[in-house]
Design a binder for this molecule. Structure first.
Ligand code: RB5
Length: 146
């Protein structure tokens, strides 16, 4: 199950990504919001998606705001979460292969719908490579204890 959420700045892009998920038979849970006209606070949505990943009810998440920056900063505050703000397909793949990011963050005002769907596809198709990357990801987790 994929958790997906956005603030008012990401509603249109979320619709495009949901269409891709549906067409490719990915199960998702949309935590909101639905209106581009009603301001929403991105940390609230980031927390909803991040907590679904943390409690295991969703295996990964997609967060969208105007830039993707606020969502990534907020999601990364949740213990255990590695959220990657991505704007190119190489980074979208590396976010999973090297960093084992559970969440990717996109910006509707930055990334057009065609590229955004490619970013999601690249991320979802990628696999964590483990090996030398495992210890590095463990060191990220260790930083949370400091
Ligand atoms: C909302 O105007 C905007 O600040 C938000 O969507 C996001 O870009 C924050 O990082």
């Amino acid at each position: 199950m994929i958790a997906i959420g956005c603030d008012h700045g990401g509603v249109q892009l979320k619709t495009c990504i949901k269409q891709y998920l549906e067409e490719n038979n990915y199960a998702y849970e949309d935590v909101g919001v639905v209106s581009a006209d009603t301001p929403a606070d991105y940390p609230d949505i980031a927390a909803l998606v991040a907590n679904k990943v943390c409690d295991g009810s969703c295996s990964c998440g997609i967060l969208i705001c105007g830039t993707g920056i606020g969502m990534s900063i907020a999601a990364n505050k949740v213990k255990g979460i590695r959220a990657a703000h991505v704007t190119d397909t190489f980074s979208a793949r590396m976010a999973k292969e090297h960093n084992n990011a559970q969440i990717i963050c996109l910006g509707e005002r930055i990334t057009g719908p065609g590229l955004a769907v490619d970013l999601v596809a690249e991320y979802l198709h990628a696999e964590f490579q483990g090996g030398r990357h495992t210890g590095r990801v463990d060191k990220i987790t260790a930083l949370e204890q400091a």
